[in-house]
Every structure is written in structure tokens, then in C-alpha cells.
Ligand binder design. Structure first.
Ligand code: S3P
Length: 168
């Protein structure tokens, strides 16, 4: 199997963006982040899109964005936590699940980081969302990595796995 792109999935705050930037550098690939692309195209923040146009509209933007990004090749693509749930990801993608426990995520997300994420306002609701989503993340993943420790501890596990595969 030859993959076009590496797509990182996982719950909010699991570290997809930070991992993606390092991974792209190590593998000499371009890095793109779905949320950042949407914000740039819409000229406003994800929180503002949720507030003004609603979640359904945001989900349609995500699908459009991931479709457009996966037309190209050779990228590391960090997705928002809802992409695997609401969007279809090209089957030519090598999908890596950045798997962190909910407690670890809670510790990582400070007040500022939570404010950017409308679905993390309420920790109890976020936990319910986490529980409801993890099976889908696992099923969709080509490969899962334990991301409960700091990135330098596990990044080589992803790099080694990918170097063994053919990614354009
Ligand atoms: C969401 C995750 C967020 C962002 C939006 C919705 C979700 O991205 O796309 O707030 O449904 O899990 P991160 O996973 O980068 O926080």
C-alpha cells in the first residue's frame, strides 16, 4: 500500500498539532492543520464559527477542508477531534491515532486552550464525548501510539513505523 498523506487523529488536547509539526520536520513533509486552514479561510476562530454559524456548518467546513487537503500528497495533516466522527478521510491516508488518556488531556489543557474549544467548556460533557469517540478513533487508525508521555518519549515510535511504510 502506498499512502498519499499521514493523517493524525485523536481527541482534543491529545497533541496532534505539536506531534504533527515535529513529525513533518523529521520526515521532510509539509505540515497542515485542518483547524488552522479553516480559521484562515473563514477569517475567524473555530469558537466564533461554532457561535455564529453552529456546529453543523463547522462540520461541513471540516469535510470540505479534509477533501481538499487529501487531493495533495506528502503532507502530515493534523485534524480536529471531530474529523474521524463527522468526515470521511481518504483511504489513501496513513491514519495515526494519537492516543492519550482523558486525565492526561485534562492536565494538558489550560484555561486558554479550553476557551478555544467550544466542546471542552464542560469537563463532564467532554469526558462523555471522549468515551463515545475512542472506539471510532481506534477502528479508523492504521496505527495507534501511546501519547500519554511527553512527545520526545514517543515520537520515534511513530517515525519508525512510518519509515517502514511507503508514504508519498
Ligand atoms: C473539535 C476539536 C477541535 C476543533 C473543534 C471541534 C472536536 O480541534 O476542531 O473545537 O469536535 O473534537 P482539536 O482536536 O485540535 O482540539
Amino acid at each position: 500500500m502506498v499512502y498519499d498523506n499521514i493523517v493524525l487523529i485523536g481527541f482534543m488536547g491529545s497533541g496532534k498539532t505539536s506531534v504533527g509539526k515535529i513529525l513533518a520536520r523529521k520526515l521532510y513533509k509539509d505540515f497542515v492543520d485542518v483547524d488552522t486552514v479553516i480559521e484562515a479561510e473563514q477569517g475567524c476562530s473555530i469558537a466564533e464559527i461554532f457561535e455564529n454559524q453552529g456546529e453543523e456548518y463547522f462540520r461541513s467546513l471540516e469535510q470540505k477542508c479534509i477533501n481538499e487537503l487529501t487531493q495533495k500528497k506528502g503532507q502530515v495533516i493534523a485534524t480536529g477531534g471531530g474529523v474521524p466522527i463527522y468526515s470521511t478521510i481518504s483511504d489513501k491516508s496513513l491514519i495515526v491515532y494519537i492516543e492519550a488518556d482523558f486525565d492526561v488531556i485534562v492536565e494538558r489543557l489550560n484555561v486558554r486552550e479550553r476557551a478555544k474549544r467550544p466542546l471542552f467548556n464542560d469537563e463532564k460533557k467532554a469526558k462523555a464525548l471522549f468515551d463515545a469517540r475512542i472506539d471510532t478513533y481506534k477502528e479508523l487508525a492504521t496505527f495507534s501510539v501511546d501519547a500519554n508521555q511527553k512527545i520526545p518519549v514517543f515520537i520515534h515510535v511513530i517515525v519508525d513505523y512510518i519509515l517502514d511504510k511507503r508514504v508519498l
